[in-house]
Design a protein around this ligand. Structure first.
Ligand code: 13P
Length: 258
């Protein structure tokens, strides 16, 4: 982490929990969170659990996010949820371009770009996910993939429109596998991402944008990840479903030492 950027710890609850369980987990996080922590904490429950979690989080500073958002305003888009509906459910942020959306639901960089534009138009903060597969890494294509995904996601967007965007680097091979990128591998990718953002929007922008790491982040590896200067937080899957573990991730060592 770098003291000029506010860290963010985000929990992606994916397609887990019912409304009652999600509400209970949110309440446990609210109770366990040190209110003096300066950084941002975010949870992204399933759509159907947003209301329960919103109620549980009332009065806390924990940020509510959707796991996705559609690009259209309204209409015949069965199964989709619009930016206005996500805002209405109490979200201020939306995860966009998660690798599971790309892989399982066929989302392309063009779709990700449409979603980025729609979210920003409605003042929803995108948490943009990018990352390479194992095959891409092993064939030395990591940088090329990251560059293409970033260029695609930000296409047609001006710097001033995207100042609040948070980027999450999630190498696909590290998601749900227990195989975390080493702090050095993650740092290396984050530096590359920052350099790409510098090319797109300039030095000042690149020095401010937050880049989270995601992929098997656990209570016992968060400290070494956050010790890296270009890792500004984490996007956590499995470990964010257990209150005690996720609270330990949130209260990472350097945060407490601040
Ligand atoms: P895991 O932490 O379960 O590997 O999931 C990471 C992720 O995909 C967060 O969006």
């Amino acid at each position: 982490m770098n003291k000029n950027r506010i860290p963010m710890i985000a929990g992606n609850w994916k397609m887990h929990l019912n409304a009652k369980e999600a509400g209970e987990l949110a309440l446990a996080l609210k109770k366990g969170l040190n209110p003096d922590l300066p950084h941002e904490v975010l949870v992204a429950p399933t759509y159907t659990n947003l209301w329960a979690v919103r109620q549980a989080l009332a009065g806390s500073k924990i940020i509510l996010s959707s796991q996705d958002v559609h690009w259209e305003e309204k209409g015949a888009f069965t199964g989709a949820v619009s930016p206005a509906q996500v805002l209405d459910a109490g979200c201020t942020h939306a995860i966009i371009g998660h690798s599971e959306r790309r892989k399982i639901f066929g989302e392309t960089d063009e779709i990700v770009n449409k979603k980025m534009k729609a979210a920003l138009k409605h003042n929803l903060v995108p948490v943009l996910c990018i990352g390479e597969t194992l095959e891409e890494r092993e064939s030395q294509r990591t940088y090329r993939v990251l560059e293409t995904q970033l260029a695609g996601a930000f296409s047609g967007l001006k710097a001033e429109e995207t100042v609040r965007v948070v980027i999450a680097y999630e190498p696909v091979w590290a998601i749900g596998t227990g195989k975390t990128a080493t702090p050095e591998q993650a740092q290396d990718a984050h530096v590359f991402i920052r350099r790409q953002m510098e090319k797109l929007y300039g030095k000042d922008y690149a020095s401010r944008v937050r880049v989270l790491y995601g992929g098997s982040v656990k209570a016992d590896n968060i400290d070494s990840l956050m010790a890296q200067p270009d890792i500004d937080g984490a996007l956590v899957g499995g470990e964010s479903l257990k209150a005690d573990k996720f609270l330990r991730v949130i209260h990472f060592e350097e945060a407490l030492a601040r």
